[in-house]
Design a protein around this ligand. Structure first.
Ligand code: 26M
Length: 822
């Protein structure tokens, strides 16, 4: 009861109301009558944060004394999305907070809507890190997430004249109530300079690095609470700052303005997130960023270890470090440097610890996406690390030579340094050599990792390779994004245990033919579509009919994801309707969302084409009863949460073998969308889980695609022989969608006809035919509803809780560490 509750931590409605008003007054300096929507949001956020902090301090105290083995997740990206609604769900006080708000005369949804999301990631890889942090806490695994506190996250996308325009994401402008600055948790990070030898106190010759300049990394901590647990883990993001002593005294005596300039220069290191699919940009600053956060994180772990456990010999028992792609792979070298140069261990000791500390996840096989750094850049920026890489490589290649006598071609392929042409450091090889476990993110992807990218390594160390299929958190993507569906599921199952144990959704199967449930299920979907239509109308002015089939493709723009295959189908529908062949169609709303890397011309042209086709289609009264095309601007976590619940059909149409996993596919399916997809990434496993009869499959297999590429793929033959395909491409070239400009989309159409690296034309016919089976299925609402219901009932495996449990058991060897309420 409220009278016994302490202020700031009480969970009753009375306590929430009182503390909300207190926070409004003492933190925002406002009272109800003059508070802005932002003031109200801040007061709600602080009221929620207070409850988190109590659990956090409690968790920290327990972990400190229990010496629990701790997972450190190293990721250059965390695409967190808004915190408030998810934290309320995980605290279990959403309804109480809503009532408290109502009694204060506040609009709860408007307050939640006010939050500006931290978009510190590009797409799948960054969002996966965020889902994993939430599931680590839910699964009660002690963990720290380390990353960069970018001042500007992923750009905001505006659409002007159909083109993508990038706007800076100034997410910190109004303050961030979820982070706690830790000015005293601060580490020096060096760059440049040279390596020198010296004699230590025992007369031993040793090496050390004399950097040319130093900066500091300061910690900003965000608490991450699990669902229905008392466990709170830590997300620790580093901000770059000038190191005062270095710049102001040693170098810039008397040069005040020079000192200020070097301060600005230091701070640029954590200034902005880079797009991951930009061909060649800001190379040097990106390497500086990677080293910056890796160095701070490893120093922090060593500090924690010395403060709690003690001797560094046991470092790998206390910590296991997961490398989220190769962006943090320098951590392998940095830990070696710290152990050797700063803590006096010998090579064998240091390498043994290092090798047992790291694990590495690969997220893509695309050759253009594999990170390499020129040796020259490395030498200039990180000379000591380059020396260490050479020594790691020398010892490693000796091992290869011993195993495969006389196979010098293999040695070349496996070397950490690519030779011939400009010499480059291969970060993926470094990550594999420095890790005890390597994993792909879906079964197909993990198999391809072993068979192609890391074939030589899998032959040398077969036991090192694993699969852990990705997952997503049902708290954000079901409970928060789709409260209506969540309520219906809870009602139908008679419990809400599915939220923590997603396999229990299977209990819905017993109701698969329940007509009442079917009607409710359709009503829930319709309401979500109405919400999206309302939002779309005000965001774009485009009217969507909630009765039509919502056909959605939302993901980063990339040729391999084949948004242009989807556009060709739209153009085909348009032509069929114009020609009076609408008999097999159903009314559809084609909805797109996604950002293109600012320097990726072809991806930006795809966005322009969608908007160009939309303009013609949406203004043609002859087809408007049948189709609409809409581009939802600025697809991010928040907008994703509007989109997933409203989708009937989820487009997962990448060329087989190219999408490592995909996670949007899981989010759509969890919300009752059916998938049209290729046998790529996690689609394969989703189809197995939900049943082939509840999944619209089309297209080449990864094997067939590879085979056809090897024997010579000739896209123009498809173009010449399929008259509908030819007419769709010709219609683009006719200028119909570009006010008569016949050249605008030429780079795209020429590429398709002449090169088509992702085999759009090879899969065109199969895709159209599959879309016809979709339309037919949609015309039978009972059947469609049953399929939708079975998708949800059988999607439990794709919870990120399951993924985290697999990492914990097979890769990290950690066990849950439940925290008791304080
Ligand atoms: C780089 C340069 C030019 C073109 C493309 C790239 C590029 C492509 C992919 C760079 C990085 C890429 O991968 C990073 C990434 O985000 N991978 C995604 O990781 C998700 C989580 O595991 C998976 O679900 C996605 O399938 C995978 O694409």
């Amino acid at each position: 009861s409220s009278t016994h509750e302490r202020t700031r931590t009480g969970m009753s409605k009375t306590a929430l109301k009182q503390d909300f008003l207190d926070n409004l007054f003492y933190i925002q300096g406002r009272f109800r009558e003059v508070a802005t929507p932002h003031d109200l949001y801040m007061a709600a956020a602080f009221t929620t944060r207070d409850r988190l902090l109590k659990r956090w301090v409690n968790s920290a105290q327990v972990f400190k004394t229990s010496h629990a083995r701790t997972v450190c997740y190293l990721s250059a990206e965390y695409l967190l999305g808004p915190h408030l609604a998810c934290n309320l769900v995980n605290l279990g006080i959403t309804d109480t907070a809503r009532q408290a708000g109502a009694e204060l005369g506040l609009n709860f949804d408007a307050i939640v809507e006010e939050e500006e999301e931290p978009g510190l990631g590009n797409g799948g890889l960054g969002r996966l890190a965020a889902c994993f942090m939430e599931s680590l806490s839910t699964c009660q695994v002690p963990a720290i997430g380390y990353g960069i506190r970018y001042e500007f996250g992923i750009f905001d996308q505006a659409i002007e004249d159909g083109w993508q325009v990038e706007k800076t994401d100034n997410w910190l402008r109004n303050g961030n109530p979820w982070e706690i600055p830790r000015p005293k948790i601060c580490f020096p990070v060096g760059y440049g300079g040279h390596t020198e030898s010296y004699r230590d106190e025992h007369g031993q010759m040793r090496l050390r690095w004399q950097p040319a300049f130093m900066i500091n990394g300061m910690a900003y901590d965000t608490p991450i609470l699990g669902y229905g647990t008392e466990n709170v883990n830590l997300l620790r993001l580093w901000k770059a700052e000038a190191s005062e002593s270095f710049n102001f005294q040693a170098f810039n005596t008397g040069d005040y303005y020079g000192a200020v300039y070097s301060k600005i220069e230091a701070e640029t290191i954590s200034k902005v997130l880079y797009p991951n699919d930009e061909p060649e940009i800001g190379k040097e600053l990106r390497l500086k960023q990677q080293y910056f956060f890796v160095s701070c994180s490893m120093q922090d772990m060593i500090r924690l270890h010395l403060n709690t456990v003690g001797p560094l010999e046991s470092f790998a028992e206390k910590f296991v470090v997961q490398l989220n792609d190769t962006h943090p792979a320098l951590a392998v070298v940095e830990l070696m440097r710290l152990l050797l140069d700063d803590h006096g261990l010998n090579w064998e000791q240091a390498w043994d610890i290092t090798r047992h500390t790291f694990c590495y996840t690969n997220h893509t096989l695309l050759p253009e996406a594999l990170e390499t750094w020129s040796v020259a850049l490395f030498e200039r920026l990180l000379p000591r690390h380059l020396d260490l890489i050479y020594e790691i490589n020398r010892r490693f290649l000796d091992e290869v030579r011993m195993r495969f006598l006389g196979d010098e071609a293999r040695v070349w392929r496996m070397s950490l340094i690519a030779e011939g042409g400009e010499r480059r450091v291969r970060m993926a090889n470094l990550a594999v050599v420095g890790s005890q476990a390597v994993n792909g993110v879906a079964e197909l992807h993990s198999a391809l990792v072993k068979a192609t990218l890391f074939k030589d390594f899998a032959e040398l160390w077969p036991e090192r390779f694993h699969n852990v299929t990705n997952g997503v958190t049902p708290r954000r993507f079901m409970v928060v994004a789709n409260p209506r569906l969540s309520r219906l599921i809870t009602q139908t199952c008679g419990h809400d245990a599915w939220i923590r144990d997603l396999e229990r959704l299977r209990e819905l199967e017993t109701h698969q033919d329940d007509a009442g449930l079917h009607a409710d299920w359709r009503a829930v979907k319709l309401a979500a579509k109405q919400d999206l239509a309302t939002w779309m109308q005000q965001a774009t002015g485009i009217h969507l009919d909630p009765a039509s089939l919502f056909d959605v493709q939302a993901k980063r723009f990339h040729e391999y994801k084949r948004q242009h295959l989807n556009i060709l189908h739209i153009i085909r529908c348009y032509q069929r309707i114009k020609q009076g062949e609408s008999q097999n169609l159903v009314p559809r709303a084609f909805i797109f969302g996604g950002k293109a890397a600012p320097g990726y011309f072809m991806a930006k042209l795809m966005i322009k084409l969608i908007n160009a086709v939309a303009e013609v289609v949406n203004n043609d009264p002859q087809v408007n009863g049948w189709m609409r095309v809409a581009f939802l601007p600025n697809f991010n976590v928040k907008n994703g949460q509007r989109l997933y619940p409203a989708a009937d059909l989820s487009e997962q149409i990448s060329l087989a073998g190219k999408e490592a996993s995909g996670t949007g596919n899981m989010k759509f399916s969890m919300n009752g969308a059916l998938t049209i997809g290729t046998l790529d990434g996690a689609n394969v496993e989703i189809r197995e889980a939900v049943g082939a009869e509840n999944f619209f499959l089309f297209g080449l297999t990864a094997e067939a695609a590879l085979q056809q590429q090897l024997t010579g793929y000739r896209p123009w033959e498809y173009y010449q022989s399929d008259i509908e395909l030819k007419s769709d491409i010709d219609l683009i070239n006719s200028g119909l969608f570009s006010h008569g400009d016949t050249q605008l989309f030429r780079p795209l159409t020429d590429n398709l006809v002449n090169h088509d690296p992702f085999m759009v034309l090879a899969d065109y016919r199969a895709y159209l035919e599959c879309q016809q089976t979709v339309s037919a299925a949609y015309q039978d609402p009972e059947r469609w509803t049953r399929m939708s219901l079975l998708n949800v009932a059988r999607i439990g495996r794709f919870s990120s809780d399951r993924a985290i449990r697999e990492y914990a058991e097979h890769i990290w060897k950690v066990t849950p560490n439940p925290i008791e309420a304080a």
